[in-house]
Every structure is written in C-alpha cells, then in structure tokens.
Write a protein that binds this ligand. Structure first.
Ligand code: LRH
Ligand code: MN
Ligand code: MN
Length: 406
C-alpha cells in the first residue's frame, strides 16, 4: 500500500520535474532542537498541572528527548534553560546527552524569575542588579563551553508597564552595554541569538520588542550576534516570512523558536493553528537556498531550528513528537515548490500564476514521501504510533507526579 502510494507520488512529482533524490536528502538533513522545558510541567499564570511521569531532573529530560529523536530521527540536540536545568557538573550532563545519542544545544539564560528582576535585569536602574544579570550571561557563556554548545539564546522580559516608568533610551544603552560585555566573552565559534517579543510580561514597552531592535543590536555587536525569531512573539498580522527573508538576506537570521498562536504568545504546538505560515517561512528559506548565491546558502545552513513550547495539558513526549512531525511536514511541502515556475510567473507579472505555484506545493499530500524517507532511514513510518505502542510512556510513570516545572 505504502509502495503504491509512493509510486504515484513519484510519478506525479517527476512529471513536474522535481528531483526526489535531492528532496529526500534535504529531508534527511533536517534537524530540529527540542527544549528541555517542553518535557517538564508547565502552565499558565492560572495553573501548572502536574503530570505523572514528568522528568524529575535535567538528566531525565534528556532521556525523554532521546525518545523523540529515536523515533523521528529529527532531534539530535536539546536546548537547556539555566537555572531550570542547573547541575553541578555540566560535563556530566553533556556525557549523559552523548550516551543517549544527543548533544546539548542552545543555552538559555533566565533573567526573569527572580525578585531582583521585577523592574528589569540588564536594564535595571540599580547597577548591582545589572551586574548580577550580566554575570549570569557570562556564566551561561562558560556553561556553553562546558556543554560544547554553539548558541546562547537571549530573551529578556525587561520592559515597563506604564508610561514614564523607565527611561526607554537609558535602558536601550544598558541593554547594549550588557550584551557587548557578553559578546566579548564569546569564543570565536559561538553565537548569541537575540530574541525579541512584542509584549508580555511587560505590557507597555519591552526593551527588545521587535526584529528591528534585535537586528540593530546584532549589527552593533558583530557577526556572532544574530536574531532569533520566535514565531509566537509577533503582533497579530505580522508577516513573519517577510522578516525571515529580510534577515536571511542580511546574514542575520540565527534561528527559530517554533510554536503557534491564535492570540499572542500561546506556545501551542507548531503548525497546529497556522500551518500555511510555517510553510511560507520554509518557502522563503528554500528560495534563498535555491538562489545559487553562496552567502545565502551559508546563511540558510546556519539557521538553528528550535521548538519553544509549553505543553500545559498535553502529554509531553507525544506533544513533542507531534510538533517536530508538523515541522517536517511543512518543510517537505515547501521542498515541492518549483522556484523556476514562480520566478517565471513573477517575471511576466502573472500574479495568480505565481501565487498558484507556491500554494500548489502546500496542497500536495506528502505522507508517501515522508513514509519513504523514514523507511530509508530505518525509522518507524509512523513515529507517533510507534511511541504509543511502546512501553516507554508506561515505564516513566514510576517517576510519579511533581516532576521538574518552571
Ligand atoms: C519567552 C520565551 C523565551 C523563553 C521561553 C521559555 O516567551 O519564548 O524564549 O526563554 O519563552
Ligand atoms: Mn522563545
Ligand atoms: Mn515565548
């Protein structure tokens, strides 16, 4: 049955001139980092539900992440958040990851959960608080060295709730000052990824509120500073794929935090609400990769794809499997865009033809393609089914309730 479906798919795509070997090798190269915090208990400000079997420490979070990679082949690295994932010996955490066929990915400093930071961290009026916050950034650079991580992802909750509460310009200078100190501590192969967010928890102004502010900081700091696009951090109606394309062309798109939203930073499963947006993001990335320009190909190859979600009511591991499969599906669809057809339609001013060439790729059923790729990789064709049929989910129940939470 699978063979027949793939044979039909192959015939259909070959008739369009698609190179299925190239498409398959790109699919096999896709890597999506999962976040340690996506395996622990999390919630909203109203309630954090305690689930049975949730990891009790960072080591167990890695064990759960290893299951996602084992079944999907997509997730060889795990981002950690400090101090949520604080351990005394990061070398030990790294060895544990390696023993599970994983790597530690991006290090995420946490400057938003201490009393001291209520009025700001690196932008606080008190120099002692600013020093403490900057020291944490420097500590995270050291942790990245110990874990062998290339990327440090920076998100600041810093902002104000009311007009006049803080000096926007002064805070802008303090932000740059702290980032510059951290930048100079980076090893040459490290990157700092600057994340922006329109609002929440600050509701009047956020110190790094949009991609333009993150980009401006990155430009001032140097090439190892890049912008991180969290798909849930935009105001409604923002054209995220435009931002993506612009940053790739500037050589400053460091990576993504994937999730989806209906209203704001809902942190729902990526692709659950707006799969077409995810597809269009990949269309822009592949359009740059197909340009033939080496600088764009390099920019695309250095993008870090990461999930940043909080699973409040979902079962953690299946929710993560669903997430990465959704990313893989939209990537596969975007790989079916015929860029030459789009370019030709653009050239002759054929608006409907160009839109049709892009949308048509989204409308193909890529299930036979994904099954074939997984089969070739020795993976289960249906990773979700394989997880649900496996005993791992039962075995972790011995951990009980009250595991790690943020
Ligand atoms: C902030 C954010 C940021 C944090 C993560 C837990 O909304 O997206 O990336 O580190 O959530
Ligand atoms: Mn994020
Ligand atoms: Mn967020």
């Amino acid at each position: 049955m699978t063979d027949k479906a793939y044979a039909l798919f192959e015939e259909q795509q070959q008739a369009r001139g698609m190179d299925l070997n190239k498409i398959k090798s790109r699919l096999k190269a896709l890597q999506i980092e999962t976040p340690s915090w996506g395996y622990g208990d999390s919630g909203t400000r109203f309630k954090v539900f305690q689930k049975e079997g949730v990891p009790r420490d960072p080591f167990e979070k890695l064990e759960d992440a290893a299951q996602v990679h084992r079944l999907t082949g997509l997730c060889p690295s795990v981002a950690i958040h400090i101090p949520w994932d604080h351990v005394d010996d990061y070398g030990k955490l790294r060895s544990h990851a390696e023993s599970l066929n994983l790597q530690i990915g991006a290090i995420n400093p946490n400057l938003f959960q201490q009393e001291d930071y209520m009025l700001g961290s690196v932008t606080h009026t008190d120099p002692a608080v600013r020093r403490k916050a900057t020291a944490h950034l420097l500590e995270c650079v050291d942790i990245a060295r110990a874990t062998g991580s290339r990327d440090i992802s920076l998100w600041f909750a810093d902002g104000t709730n009311y007009p006049g509460q803080g000096s926007i310009r002064q805070r802008k200078h303090w932000m740059l000052e702290a980032l510059a100190e951290m930048y100079s501590a980076l090893s040459p192969d490290m990157r700092m990824l600057i994340e922006y967010k329109a609002f929440e928890p600050a509701f009047y102004h956020t110190d790094i509120a949009d991609w333009g502010m993150a980009y401006n900081l990155a430009l001032k700091l140097g090439e190892q500073a890049q912008v991180l696009v969290d798909t849930g951090h935009h105001l409604p109606g923002a054209n995220v794929e435009h931002i993506v394309s612009y940053l790739i062309d500037e050589g400053r798109l460091g990576g993504f935090h994937f999730n989806s939203y209906k209203y704001a930073d809902d942190d729902l499963i990526v692709g659950a609400i707006n799969p077409y947006e995810l597809f269009l993001i990949f269309y822009q990335i592949l359009d740059a990769a197909e340009s033939g320009e080496q600088r764009l190909i390099d920019a695309v190859n250095s993008i870090a794809y990461m999930i940043d979600q909080s699973h409040n009511i979902e079962q953690k591991i299946p929710a993560m499997i669903r997430s990465v499969l959704n990313v893989q599906t939209q990537y596969a669809k975007a790989l079916l865009v015929d860029h030459r057809e789009v370019a030709e339609a653009q050239q002759r001013g054929d608006v409907l033809g160009a839109e049709d060439a892009v949308r048509r790729a989204f409308e193909f059923d890529v299930t036979p393609l994904l099954h074939a790729v997984r089969e070739e990789q020795g993976l289960p064709v249906d990773p979700m089914r394989a997880y649900l049929d496996d005993s791992y989910g039962q075995r972790i129940l011995v951990r009980g309730k009250g595991g790690a939470s943020w």
